[in-house]
Design a protein around this ligand. Structure first.
Ligand code: NAP
Length: 544
């Protein structure tokens, strides 16, 4: 509580933004440079980047194609930047965000190395009071979280980790100086998007690599390559066309989802289409047919195709069997894309341990004890994912009206209206919060949509001399219902252990976290609600 008690002279800004990734940077620009508000970003890291500041693991690269993984709000900025590859690598994304920050002169209003620990709403002053771990206090009218969906690293509680005498790392908190794997016996736990990117790169350096797989995962070849001069030109010349697709197709990517159903074409035609998508590579594979995410029988055809391709690549039949023992529909968990992931298992110094057959019992001083015996390591890499969507909120002590803790309100799962606001927490805006399309979408266009909506909302409050906006409990409860409904019509709920429902973190309540209704429909809903006088929100005059 310390810092809250001595805040009479705490500096005041109209808007405080937590986080300096894509969301925080764009939000700062719009509030400061367009609405003329005083605004400040508090950022835990020492530089801009958000996710891309922390996730520096070997092979870290975005699975979205670079021409769609950027801001579109300014053609000047878009035209002034040039990506080098089909998919941008972590250092290049960080350079891009740094370039945006310089271009818009954002750094002067960002305070780095500042981790927010508490944020309490004071009803008397209608202000938020925000404290940092360093002991500073700020006051603000609008508090905006730009804290990311996948920013709270999840290190599983495996007994004995403290006994381990080697080094261990989580991919989402990777040391800036890098890790030298040469001559080392390395374990990687986890085969999600991160593990699948890191494993081939770590294998190039390590003396021996053992991958611990719990759930067999689908992956599509990325087919990464440098962008040709023509492709670089097209990033600019076809920006409007691409942006139209990104904002109208539901998932924020720059491709349409085919309107054909998988089972309405002949077997040969289906194979030809899958093969073409496989050869092209990338997340677009799941757009080969319209119904892959809603019809299990359609999905099975994709799953079988992928299984066959993997079995053609992996030479050892037992390893191929373990890698393709899928227990969920294709893309019902976020599908990774890879660069030579399955080929890596043909290397003599790489082995796979199937944890479904031989589970981890504990970590010991020298390695990982499974039911099949002890594996000794110098380094363990946890590619074990994140406490998604709500984890970053849990790490800050948010309290709303009447001192209510966000943690308590969300004890059975997050309660938000549109993933943008929380009932009982006036003027708190949550960019890509739980209940918004967020992780089911390419994030930059979703972020732009949220920031634009929040900016217009704050402009509305000021134009009408309103002190605050707050989601009503009824609207939030109806939205939670809509989030569940939207998920239930897809195959996304058919994965018992998915992080989409919080099942990857021990003790986390099971609730479907993102909104599966699609970005286009979602944006139309948000716009209609605003046009209807902010239906479902309470708007309060000053000094209520
Ligand atoms: P993830 O998808 O949650 O995968 C974590 C992996 O660790 C899974 O294989 C999981 O197994 C395993 N695991 C977790 N706890 C374990 C335990 N106690 N014992 C053994 N295995 C355990 O995490 P992620 O790979 O970091 O990816 C998270 C998300 O981040 C992605 O889905 C994507 O949205 C985003 N991401 C994006 C990119 C990109 O665009 N380039 C790259 C990386 C990540 P189970 O499947 O059995 O739970």
């Amino acid at each position: 509580m310390g810092c809250m008690q001595h805040d009479a002279h705490a500096p005041f800004v109209d808007a405080l933004i937590i986080g300096a990734g894509f969301s925080g940077l764009y939000q700062l620009h719009r509030l400061r440079d367009e609405l003329g508000l005083s605004a400040r970003v508090l950022e835990a890291g020492d530089d801009v980047g958000g996710t891309w500041y922390w996730n520096r693991y070997p092979g870290a690269r975005c699975d979205t194609e670079s021409n769609a993984y950027m801001f579109y709000f300014s053609r000047d900025i878009l035209n002034a930047w040039e990506w080098s590859e089909r998919y941008p690598q972590q250092p290049e994304i960080q350079r891009y965000l740094s370039f945006v920050a310089e271009r818009l002169d954002l750094r002067r209003d960002i305070q780095f190395g500042t981790r927010v620990s508490q944020a309490h709403y004071d009803e008397a002053s209608q202000q938020w009071r925000v404290c940092t771990e360093g002991g500073d206090t700020w006051r603000c009218t609008y508090l905006i979280t730009a804290i990311g969906c996948l920013s709270a690293a999840n290190v599983p509680r495996i007994a004995g980790l403290d006994d381990f005498q080697g080094q261990w790392f989580h991919t989402g908190l990777w040391p800036h100086e890098g890790v030298d794997f040469s001559g080392k016996r390395v374990a990687v736990i986890g085969t999600g998007s991160t593990g699948i990117q890191a494993i081939p790169v770590i294998a190039q350096q390590a003396e021996a690599l053992t991958v611990f797989q719990r759930t067999a995962n689908y992956s599509i070849p990325a087919r990464n390559a440098p962008l040709s001069a023509e492709e670089k030109h097209e990033v600019r010349s076809r920006a409007d066309e691409r942006h139209h697709i990104m904002t109208h197709n539901g998932n924020g990517h720059a491709f349409w989802i085919d309107k054909t159903k998988a089972l309405e074409v002949s077997d040969d035609e289906r194979q030809t289409r899958y093969q073409a998508a496989w050869d092209k590579g990338g997340l677009q594979f799941r757009a080969t047919f319209h119904d892959l995410l809603i019809d299990k029988a359609a999905n099975d055809t994709a799953a079988q195709f992928i299984q066959q391709r993997i079995r053609e690549v992996v030479k050892d039949p037992a390893t191929a069997e373990d890698l393709t023992a899928f227990d969920h529909p294709f893309a019902a968990k976020r599908p990774p894309i890879d660069s030579h992931y399955f080929e890596t298992y043909n290397l003599p110094h790489v082995q796979l341990v199937n944890l479904r057959k031989t589970p981890i019992e504990r970590i010991t001083a020298s390695g990982i004890q499974t039911s099949a015996g002890l594996f000794e390591f110098d380094i363990i890499v946890f590619a074990t994912g994140f406490d998604a969507l709500t984890g970053a909120f849990e790490r800050i002590d948010f309290r709303g009206c009447g001192g209510q803790r966000l943690k308590d309100l969300w004890a059975d799962g997050p309660l938000t209206y549109l993933g943008l606001q929380v009932p009982g927490f006036p003027n708190l805006f949550t960019i890509t919060g739980p209940g918004s399309p967020s992780v089911l979408c390419n994030l930059p266009p979703q972020i732009e949509q949220h920031v634009d909506w929040i900016t217009r909302c704050i402009a509305h409050l000021r134009a009408h001399e309103l002190a605050s906006i707050e989601a009503t409990a009824e609207a939030a409860s109806a939205w939670r219902h809509e989030v569940n409904r939207a998920a239930e019509v897809t195959l996304l709920t058919q994965v018992p252990h998915s992080w989409y429902i919080g099942a990857n973190v021990e003790g986390k309540p099971k609730a479907f976290l993102p909104y599966a209704g699609g970005l286009k429909h979602y944006r139309d809903t948000c716009d209609a609600i605003a046009a209807d006088g902010y239906r479902g929100f309470s708007l309060r005059p000053s000094g209520r």
